[in-house]
Design a protein. Structure first.
Length: 194
């Protein structure tokens, strides 16, 4: 009986050790006070952020169904969903169908397909929109209000994303990898570029 108790104790210690190791190598996705994503291997509250869990990773045959069929993504949300589906299913062909291939040489196409293939292999953490920088917008003269400049204050312009940043981890690691994809609208559809 003592031998059985010892084996059960040893088994529970091994399980606790492997669980602690798995938790220590986990990448946490957090949101800071400004609403920016923060990625860390420590608990979110230890870096002054709140937990922001990614959507649950699909398993087996529960990958999201490709609802686009033969048509292109007409809304940005459709493009993001198609990107997620392509990466989660490791489908470089799906990613290549979202790429704007106009005026790409054969050598350029081979290079782009290689880059898309490496994106498809990395575990996806998040897809984040990239906006134009604030300092690129026209600002009023310093020290003058809009009324002093002789015009009514304009409401802030609606900013549209100019790209998508893929937040991924390197396979078998918690090291973060970020890739910014260009975003183009052509033929009434959204497309990615590298």
């Amino acid at each position: 009986m003592n031998r059985l108790s010892f084996l059960l104790l040893l088994l529970s210690l091994c399980s606790a050790s492997s669980l602690a190791h798995a938790q220590s190598s986990r990448l946490n996705r957090c949101m800071d006070a400004r609403g920016q994503s923060v990625y860390t291997d420590r608990p979110c509250d230890s870096v002054g952020a709140q937990s922001r869990l990614p959507p649950p990773a699909p398993t087996g045959s529960t990958l999201p169904r490709d609802t686009l069929g033969a048509r292109c993504p007409r809304r940005l949300s459709e493009l993001v969903d198609a990107l997620r589906t392509g990466i989660l299913s490791n489908d470089v062909n799906r990613l290549s169908s979202l790429y704007l291939w106009g005026a790409v040489s054969d050598a350029g196409a081979q290079r782009i397909l290689g880059q898309l293939e490496s994106l498809a292999r990395r575990p996806l953490v998040d897809v984040v929109p990239v906006y134009p920088r604030q300092d690129q917008e026209a600002l009023p003269d310093e020290g003058q209000t809009a009324a002093a400049q002789g015009s009514d204050p304009e409401p802030p312009a609606v900013r549209h994303p100019v790209g998508l940043r893929l937040e991924q981890t390197l396979p078998g690691s918690v090291s973060r990898a970020s890739t910014v994809l260009g975003l183009r609208r052509q033929y009434g559809c959204f497309w990615i570029t590298l």
